[in-house]
Design a protein around this ligand. Structure first.
Ligand SMILES: Nc1nc2c(c(=O)[nH]1)N[C@H]1C(S)=C(S)[C@@H](COP(=O)(O)O)O[C@H]1N2
Ligand SMILES: [Mo]
Length: 367
């Protein structure tokens, strides 16, 4: 394929007004499943219910021979195998991951790509070893700027043939809570979640969490590969160079109450007092408030917050709902400690990233 990242078009196609989801989008959606919203019940998402996003194929890697190479602008390039990584000091972090494209299919106009609704999220306990310690051992040389993470998966995206690669500024890579992870929820990583090794950068959207990790390469400049320079940017239009997508914007989700209709997933809820529950998170800091609406944003009510489960995991919340018979539209919005407030409707962008507009859970309340 002759196209370089630099020549590649800056954005996905936009669907025409009224254009439905195509078979190609369905193909992506069937491979990359969301977290069923009823799984908001769990503090830690069971691995099989965690959302998935895989750009190309899940590579088959033999963990008995797999090695991680630390190379580029370092004094002593390192190659470490799984046994050596497991022998290093362990860290476990409970981390909420969300795909940057979450909410894309709800945008108007709709960027044509993985058509997420609002459920591309999950929280897991990731265990691994410090990336900074590995970089220190390799000896990052003066002049280092970015660290590039390479996955073993390979494919073509908008005409550009590539390994899945993401660059991270050196200061982020050196954070003490950034790990090379080999376990999820106390078990070896599943193939679809990056076995045998992946990067975990707490707070950042999913694209930074490179799976099937083979190389950590220190660069003396900003990484200009496809996934940084072309794909994950917030742009107003296709010509706009845009700004990089980084941390997760604040977001709250309602666990849909009652029971669903098979096709529409409209909820049937009994009239009277009930407790509406959900979770909220932000990649910028702790969630400090959640407000709930039952009339599609007409009025807002403060929710009660559950305990903080660490700096990077979602926080539970609940709200006492006096449901009157008729139609109700539930939603929730989060505020974090930096003062970022989730908007009712997020600002549109060309790639359909970071759409943290308020969810709409259609309910029919019955006597
Ligand atoms: N090597 C590699 N890493 C990857 C991806 C990928 O396609 N290849 N997808 C990224 C994206 S866009 C997301 S949202 C997360 C999803 O992680 P999960 O499937 O474990 O939930 O993985 C990231 N890491
Ligand atoms: Mo993603």
């Amino acid at each position: 394929m002759g196209t370089t990242a630099r020549e590649a078009s800056g954005a996905a196609r936009l669907a025409a007004p009224g254009e439905g989801i195509s078979a190609e989008e369905l193909q992506l959606a069937a491979r990359n499943h969301a977290m069923p919203l009823e799984a908001l019940r769990y503090d830690v998402t069971p691995a099989g219910l965690h959302y998935l996003l895989i750009h190309f194929d899940i590579p088959y890697l033999d963990e008995s021979t797999h090695t991680l190479s630390i190379d580029g602008l370092v004094r002593r390039p390192l190659s470490v195998d799984l046994a050596q990584l497991r022998g290093r000091p362990r860290q476990t972090h409970r981390v909420t991951l969300e795909c940057a494209g979450n909410g894309r299919a709800l945008l108007q106009p709709r960027p044509v790509s993985q058509p997420w609704l609002s459920e591309a999220v999950g929280t897991a306990e990731w265990t691994g070893t410090s990336l900074a310690a590995l970089l220190d051992e390799a000896g990052v040389a003066p002049g280092a700027h970015d660290v590039v993470f390479t996955g073993a998966d390979h494919g073509i995206e908008r005409g550009v043939e590539q390994d899945y690669q993401r660059g991270l500024p050196l200061a982020e890579a050196m954070r003490e809570d950034v790990i090379v992870a080999y376990e999820m929820n106390g078990q070896p990583l599943l193939p679809q979640h990056g076995a045998p090794l992946r990067l975990i950068v707490p707070g950042w959207y999913g694209m930074a969490q490179v799976k099937w990790l083979t190389n950590v390469t220190v660069l003396d400049r900003e990484f200009d590969g496809y996934q940084n320079a072309v794909a994950y940017r917030l742009r107003g239009d296709a010509e706009d160079p845009g700004v990089p997508v980084t941390r997760m914007q604040p977001r709250a989700l309602v666990r849909p109450p009652g029971f669903p209709d098979f096709m529409s997933r409209t909820r049937v809820v009994k009239a009277g007092v009930s407790t509406v529950e959900g979770r909220a998170w932000s990649g910028f800091g702790a969630v400090t408030a959640v407000e709930v609406t039952a009339d599609g944003g007409g009025s807002w009510h403060p929710a009660q917050l559950g305990p903080v489960a660490g700096p990077y995991a979602w926080r539970g919340w609940s709200w006492r709902w006096e449901a009157a018979p008729g139609r109700a539209v539930l939603g929730a919005r989060a505020t974090d400690e930096t003062g970022r407030v989730q908007p009712v409707q997020a600002e549109w962008n060309r790639g359909g990233f970071a759409n943290n507009g308020v969810q709409q859970v259609e309910c029919v309340v019955v006597d």
